[in-house]
Ligand binder design. Structure first.
Ligand code: NAP
Length: 251
């Protein structure tokens, strides 16, 4: 059920953090993974490390906010491996911290373009190839901020809620063609992205107390969810937002 051997998987933002953990998990499960982020060298290092383990990986750098670079990502993947089984839209940005009353138009536009519009662009570029193959899973990396309010990362939360809405719409459109679309909503995960939060001892203590499992998560703990959503084990699931947050949102 969890067999993904030789599946071709594109993972945006896979040079570090959650995306890299997903790439390692899926490559070790036998998939052919495409490592992608803005920085060529960082992607190549991850791909080389996987290849040293005898695994299948290539590096195709891409800024997800640039449509031409997304087209190149899809074309180069097809040139190399001829198909795409799973697309994981994981890269995201959060250039602002503070109340919505101070949010600039340019910061909001950037958040929406990188976190939401890029996923629409990339899904639309990849879906025709999945449809041709009669097989495909698209996974968007949302967040529990999609479900909560915040005084400081509200715009980011709006973009993550939009991703949860996006999977319902893409799932509706692509379901009849055999393509499943789901999102993952992690809680606090220990990566560069969230460093400012978990490096603050007061914040971390409050966070841990407010989480039933009493700790933050690790990137590897999201990788298993992505593996599940890409595999036959989740074959009757589409349009869903899967929460993996140590229980934070149940309190
Ligand atoms: P991270 O460790 O900072 O990694 C982000 C990755 O995305 C890097 O590979 C980065 O590489 C790449 N990236 C950033 N901007 C990009 C762009 N415009 N185009 C292409 N690649 C880009 O972050 P993370 O914590 O793993 O976050 C991954 C996803 O999880 C995001 O969608 C985030 O919203 C979500 N998430 C994270 C947490 C958390 O607590 N960490 C919680 C909930 C949801 P380059 O710099 O080389 O481009």
């Amino acid at each position: 059920m969890f067999d993904i051997k030789d599946d071709v998987v594109i993972i945006t933002g896979s040079s570090r953090g959650i995306g890299k953990a997903i790439a390692i998990q899926m490559a070790r499960a036998g998939a052919k993974v495409v490592i992608s982020s803005r920085k060529e060298e960082a992607c190549q290092t991850v791909a080389d490390d996987l290849k040293k383990e005898g695994l299948q990986a290539i590096s195709i750098p891409c800024h997800v906010g640039d449509k031409e670079q997304l087209k190149n990502l899809v074309q180069k993947t097809l040139d190399e491996w001829g198909k795409i089984d799973t697309l994981i839209c994981n890269a995201a940005t959060n250039p602002t911290y503070g109340p919505l009353s101070e949010l600039t138009d340019s910061a909001f536009e950037k958040i929406i373009q990188v976190n939401v519009q890029s996923s629409i662009w990339l899904s639309n570029l990849v879906a025709p190839h999945m449809i041709k193959n009669k097989k495909g899973s698209i996974i968007l990396m949302s967040s529990i901020t999609a479900l909560l309010g915040s005084e400081v990362i509200g715009a980011y939360g709006i973009s993550k809620a939009a991703e949860a809405a996006l999977v319902r719409n893409l799932a509706t459109e692509l379901g009849p063609k055999g393509i499943r679309v789901n999102a993952i909503a992690p809680g606090l995960i220990k990566t560069e992205f969230s460093r400012a939060l978990w490096e603050d001892p007061d914040y971390l203590k409050k966070q841990e107390t407010a989480t039933p499992l009493r700790r933050m998560g690790l990137p590897e703990e999201i990788a298993g969810v992505a593996h599940f959503l890409s595999s036959r084990a989740s074959s009757f699931m589409t349009g869903q937002l899967l929460v993996a947050d140590g229980g934070e949102t149940i309190l």
